[in-house]
Design a protein around this ligand. Structure first.
Ligand code: SAM
Length: 202
């Protein structure tokens, strides 16, 4: 990943505005598409420093407890601080979404907000999500699509995996099916720049 002059990803992901977009825009769409978490245990892949998705797993999706698996230790530490008020209901651990520490069929829901497009072998992340979901469990995912990631303005300020297999809307749905999930709803918005999807494990 070539360095950019400004670390746009970091600036955006850490911003209050990002949390607001997630809370007011993305999570309600995913909730409308997939409903409440079907059970108490939620897992989020790549929750970032604010951990907004973990908070929303409890507040909006009705999970009893939520675990975040985040690649970067500094983000793990910041997320733990940011979520301190939720006590033992939320845990954040360092780990890689392509090789999750969770057991097979051990969670009711997996959330991924903009994590797939940061991972080169993103199909492995989808496979891992399917592996850890129990039958009937749900995968909630939203992503900026290749159309946005590969646009000139974003390339100037953000680092993403090298060109190649990007998680475009159709590819995410196909990867879910290949991993044994059934896509129950997908909505692509903003002229194809954003896609949200919910899939269940049969
Ligand atoms: C674009 S940020 C999104 C953060 C947050 N989910 C949000 O929507 O604001 C991508 C996040 O995924 C994390 N990440 C990237 N690769 C990962 C991996 N292989 N396993 C776990 N987390 C990863 C990054 O550290 C970062 O926190």
């Amino acid at each position: 990943m070539p360095p950019t002059l400004v670390d746009g990803t970091r600036l955006w992901v850490d911003a209050r505005l990002r949390a607001l977009v997630q809370r007011r825009g993305e999570a309600p769409i995913l909730h409308r598409l997939g409903g409440d978490v079907p059970g108490g245990r939620a897992l989020e892949l790549g929750p970032g420093r604010r951990g907004t998705g973990l908070r929303l797993a409890l507040e909006l999706f009705g999970a009893e407890q939520a675990t975040g698996v985040e690649l970067y230790p500094a983000s793990v530490a910041d997320a733990r601080l940011a979520l301190d008020d939720l006590g033992g209901r939320v845990t954040v651990v360092q780990g890689d979404a392509t090789a999750l520490p969770q057991d097979d069929s051990s969670v009711d829901a997996v959330f991924g907000y903009h994590v797939l497009h940061h991972v080169g072998p993103w199909r492995e992340v989808v496979r891992e999500a399917a592996r850890v979901l129990r039958p009937g469990g749900r995968f909630y995912s939203c992503e900026m699509t290749a159309r946005f990631i590969d646009s000139r303005p974003l390339r100037a300020v953000s680092r993403h995996p090298a060109d190649g297999d990007r998680p475009i809307p159709e590819a995410i749905a196909d990867a879910c099916r290949d991993a044994g999930l059934t896509v129950v709803a997908q909505e692509t918005r903003l002229a194809g720049l954003w896609t949200g999807l919910v899939a269940t494990r049969s």
